[in-house]
Design a protein around this ligand. Structure first.
Ligand code: SAM
Length: 470
């Protein structure tokens, strides 16, 4: 039985409910009246249910699909403005005891070169990340209780936060490690992490068990309930995601929205972010076996529907995607992207050893090129990490976001952190275009007090001071 509040995975990610939702979508894919009414509801900016989203996803009326895309774009502008948050992944160890068949970290993969960073190596990696301008990272690690126990993760987090190279500092560490116990989530919270990120990979239980044949990750129930345990452990910003290409995309998107509804209903707050990774080639992985790959067109439709269904949830796209796919994704809903990423263990400090990589990246531009590109497209690259440092997490963040007041913080914070980037790391051309942008955008801040305070902070940044925030 489907039960949104249940504490059993198969009741809130209910196979029958997912299939019924997809069926309703398919039956009504040309139902202009019904789809129009859902688009109208979506335009109120209060989100959509998984059933409504399944209908938009299935829609095959061209003019309505155009409206879905333009509505997503409009919601994105209304809520996020032109700001795009930048981050980079930091891989600390690729030792792994799981058997995930799509992932090069899987235990039986002899082609992957195993590597675990020491604390000294983590210091070097962190300094290298700081030297290109990053302030926010996603810590990535394989699952291995012997090589990568929670103590190793916690020590790595402390080490990363402790490094201060020149004006650099990593101010927010989001953590993407395997499902763990409530007790360990409590420890991660105490270590001051930002968002806890865990991809479901696939919500389809049968496929899930086939794709994760061995190791602790095989347990669908334990994996699917991870966010519940994380929230019970005190982490109130969690990031969901599915690895598109493993199962049918309609199934994944419907179930992902059911997961979001479950967290809202059972824990009082939905996901802080959603990631939409697509499967990529990797060392020792035969990609031919994954037959559910999605086209760019469907990828973008998924993002548009997500933007309408979860207006206040950040959407993340990584360097798995090409420059062109990222450009389109940014237009219709994405609010965070990685830049200058290395998916190898220890790839920032030293030349990359592709044999330790997690997957092949497509957008290989440097962070400065990505920053310059964002400015040229009219966006404000943001290195802001203020929300969780100011206690604006979970429910508090959502309330502020829904009231529209969050932009009074985000907009000036984006400009202040961009100015820091321009002072410390930018190439001349980026600095020139960035300063013009900051001047224009400061003038667009309506509230006089906020505008004046932001101007004063930016002046202080130019004089060498750092880390101001609203
Ligand atoms: N060990 C953690 C876990 O079990 O969730 C972290 C996983 S890994 C460092 C981060 C993510 O990379 C995975 O959750 C998976 O979705 C993704 N991934 C694995 N193999 C991939 C591939 N071949 N192409 C693209 N993404 C992949």
């Amino acid at each position: 039985m489907y039960d949104v509040k249940s504490n059993k995975a198969e009741e809130f990610i209910n196979d029958q409910e997912i299939k019924e939702s997809i069926n309703i979508g398919e039956t009504n894919k040309s139902n202009e009246k019904l789809i129009t009414s859902i688009i109208k509801k979506g335009s109120e900016g209060k989100g959509l249910s998984h059933r409504e989203a399944a209908l938009l996803l299935a829609c095959d009326i061209e003019k309505l699909n155009k409206r879905i895309f333009s509505l997503a774009q409009e919601i994105k502008m209304r809520i996020y403005g032109k700001r795009i948050v930048l981050f980079a992944p930091l891989y600390i160890s690729n030792y792994c005891v799981n058997g995930c068949v799509y992932c090069p970290y899987h235990k039986g993969n002899k082609e992957t070169k195993r590597k675990k960073l020491t604390m000294d190596e983590i210091r070097l990696e962190t300094a290298a990340l700081q030297d290109i301008g990053h302030k926010r990272i996603a810590l990535e690690c394989g699952e291995d209780p012997v090589n990568n126990p929670i103590e190793y993760i916690l020590e790595s987090i402390r080490t990363i936060y402790s490094v201060k190279n020149k004006n650099g500092s990593i101010r927010r560490i989001n953590v993407n490690i395997a499902a763990t116990s409530q007790e360990n989530y409590k420890k991660l919270k105490e270590a001051n992490i930002g968002t806890y990120i865990l991809f479901q990979e696939t919500y389809n239980k049968k496929n899930y068990e086939k794709l994760h044949p061995t190791g602790p990750k095989h347990n669908y129930e334990y994996h699917t309930l991870a966010m519940d345990r994380a929230m019970e452990g005190g982490i109130d910003d969690v990031g969901l995601g599915a690895l598109f290409g493993l199962s049918n995309y309609k199934y994944e998107l419907t179930a992902l929205l059911m997961h979001a509804e479950h967290l809202e209903a059972a824990k009082g707050v939905g996901p802080h972010t959603v990631s939409v990774p697509r499967i990529k080639p990797a060392v020792g992985i035969d990609r031919e076996q994954f037959t559910e790959g999605i086209s760019d067109e469907i990828f973008l439709k998924i993002i548009a529907v997500l933007r309408i269904a979860l207006p206040y949830t950040g959407i993340i796209v990584s360097t798995r995607e090409s420059k062109e796919a990222r450009r389109k994704a940014l237009e219709i809903g994405v609010s965070q992207i990685s830049g200058g990423s290395k998916t190898t263990v220890g790839g920032y400090g030293e030349p990359e050893d592709e044999k330790s990589a997690q997957f092949t990246t497509t957008d290989r531009r440097k962070l400065d090129e990505v920053t310059q590109w964002l400015i040229s497209l009219g966006y404000i690259p943001s290195f802001c990490t203020a929300c969780y440092r100011e206690g604006r997490t979970g429910d508090r963040f959502m309330k502020l976001a829904k009231s529209g007041n969050i932009s009074n913080c985000c907009q000036p914070n984006a400009l202040i952190t961009l100015q820091e980037y321009l002072e410390d790391y930018a190439a001349t051309e980026t600095k020139i275009s960035g300063e013009t942008l900051i001047k224009q955008e400061l003038a667009n801040i309506n509230d006089t007090n906020i505008r004046n305070k932001a101007k004063a902070f930016i002046k202080s940044v130019k004089h060498g001071e750092r880390d101001f925030r609203f």
